[in-house]
Every structure is written in C-alpha cells, then in structure tokens.
Design a protein around this ligand. Structure first.
Ligand SMILES: [Zn+2]
Ligand SMILES: [Zn+2]
Length: 317
C-alpha cells in the first residue's frame, strides 16, 4: 500500500514539477551523466522529466507502438491507391476499399486501447521484477542487442507457428481466429485485426522471449525490447501488405517468409502458419499447397509470356 502511495505521489509530483522529485533525482545518482552520448542523454532526460519509471516507460511503450503501427501502415495505404502498383499485388483482383480500411482502423484502435494498453503497461513492471533495465544508461553494446533480438525472432517464430496452427483447430478457429481471417486478401492495417484472445495468445510469442531472457539472465535493457517490437511490427505489417516486390526481403533472404508466404495463408486459410521464417512450415510440410500454388502461378506466367512473344513474332512477320 505504501509503495502504491509512493508511486501515486511521485506521479502527481512529477506531473506538477517533474525535475525536482526525489525519485527523479535518485534514478541517476550513481550514473555519470556527462559521459553519455546524445541518445543516452535524451533517454535520461525523458525519465527525469516524468520522475516515475512506470509512467515514463508505459507512455513511451504505448506511443511507440501506435506511431510504428500506423506509421508503417501508411505507405501501404498509399500503394493500395496507386494502380501502377497493381502488378506487384499478390491477389491483384482484391484491393482493399477505403471503407474496409476504415473499419479495420477503428477496430484495431479499439483493440489497442482496451486489450493491448494493459498488456503493454504491465509488461515493464513485471519484467523489471525479473531484472529488466529501463531508465538505466548507458545502453548495452550493439552486439548484445543484436544477438538478443536474434533469439527473440527465433522464439517468436516457433511459438507463433504452433500457437497459430492450434488456432486453426475447429472450435478455436470458429470462436477466436476467424476474426483475423475476415480479410482473405490482407492489407497492412489488418496485421493486428484479431480477436482479443488471439492478441493475448499470440502476443505471448512477442513478449515471451524478452520475458524469459530477462528472468534467466537478468541482463536485458528495454531499448533492446523496443527495437525488437519495432522490427516485429514491421515484419507483421509487411507480411499483411499483400505486395511482393522484386526487392522484397524474401527475394534475397530465401528463408524469410514475407507477404508472399502469409498472403497465401489468408487466401487459402490453411498452411504457412509461421511469421518470420519459412523453416517450420517447410520442416512440418505445411507449405506444400503453397509451393504447388506458386509453381502453378509461375507456369501460367511463363505460358502467358511465351504466348505474347509468339503473337508479337507472328505480327512482325
Ligand atoms: Zn490463420
Ligand atoms: Zn494474418
């Protein structure tokens, strides 16, 4: 009770006069602020401003999520409005209408404020209990950030593969996952268009990695988690974009799933269950129908090109 009261007082205090609260001053009493780089100084300033790490982290986490989610979806909305981009659309006869996009945006916003906000807000205090660093500066070395994010990618992909596959089991599909499959030709904004329980279940794959790493090693900074979340959001939104460009990642990283993989999942309702990588589907044989469908498409395209080349030759003669 005393802790809650202290938290409340510090929150109120920080809002009234942030820089002078005792808690704010205590945050960096053992840190040499003069030795920090410009980003670390800005980080410390943010925490000193709010004076309360729970509040400062909660606000930063939620705002970051909203900015990245909708910010990353905007280029896809613009691309959908450009007829010249149609040749790169995986299901070129199914372009989302503005009404569909608006309906999706409203639902996602409601879900963010009701389902995801408490999750995002409670993530930090729970992890801090297990040793997550938040206001602390300097930041970890970039090599540590890189290998930790690599682990999160591997864990999330495996977790998602099995959890998503389970969500396709009759009763779970009918009551939970069907919502996400409302769009058989997805678009960027639809990445988090899902039933609240699905958000909770699949969200465990995203935060489970940081949570376990933190619990076992006590060596994780929230900056690393933020970079992971940003990359994961980019991955999810791009996978739902519905577009496959010659420069798309899976064309130069063969095991990257990308939109080509997940768009098929929405189109066919089965197979291609993983998020970032192709190996789980490949290993479990859940991508066979996808491979056959893409082979048929490639053959059709080849025949069409051959036909038009023959027609051009006949015309020239
Ligand atoms: Zn599904
Ligand atoms: Zn999806």
């Amino acid at each position: 009770m005393e802790f809650v009261s202290q938290q409340f007082n510090s929150t109120v205090g920080s809002l009234l006069n942030p820089a002078t609260t005792h808690l704010a001053a205590d945050l960096y009493k053992n840190t040499d602020l003069a030795s920090l780089n410009v980003f670390e100084k800005a980080w410390a300033d943010w925490y000193l401003y709010w004076g309360n790490p729970v509040l400062a982290t909660g606000i930063m986490s939620f705002v970051l999520h909203e900015l990245v989610y909708f910010g990353r979806a905007i280029p896809w909305i613009i691309i959908d409005a450009m007829p010249s981009m149609r040749k790169y659309k995986l299901q070129d006869d199914k372009v989302p209408t503005p009404e569909q996009q608006w309906k999706c945006t409203k639902y996602v916003l409601l879900s963010h404020f009701t389902v995801e906000l408490p999750q995002i807000w409670s993530f930090h205090p729970i992890c801090e209990y297990f040793g997550l660093a938040t206001h602390e500066v300097p930041f970890p070395h970039w090599t540590k950030i890189a290998w930790q994010i690599g682990l999160f990618f591997l864990f999330e992909d495996a977790f998602h593969y099995w959890a998503h596959r389970a969500l396709h089991w009759g009763p779970l599909y009918k009551h939970i996952h069907k919502k996400h499959h409302e769009y058989s030709a997805p678009f960027g904004l639809a990445a988090e268009y899902a039933h609240p329980l699905e958000v909770l279940i699949l969200g465990m794959g995203t935060i489970g990695g940081p949570f376990m790493l933190c619990a076992f090693t006590k060596d994780l900074h929230i900056l690393t988690v933020y970079i992971w979340i940003v990359l994961r959001l980019f991955q999810a939104i791009d996978a739902h974009s519905g577009y496959d460009f010659p420069i798309s990642m899976h064309n130069w990283i063969p095991f990257w799933a990308g939109a080509d993989h997940h768009d098929y999942h929405h189109q066919a309702f089965v197979g291609c269950y993983s998020t970032s990588f192709r190996w789980w589907d490949s290993f479990m044989g859940t991508d066979l129908s996808y491979k056959r469908a893409r082979a048929r498409q490639a053959e059709k395209k080849r025949q069409a090109l051959e036909g038009s080349a023959k027609a051009a030759t006949a015309k020239a003669q």
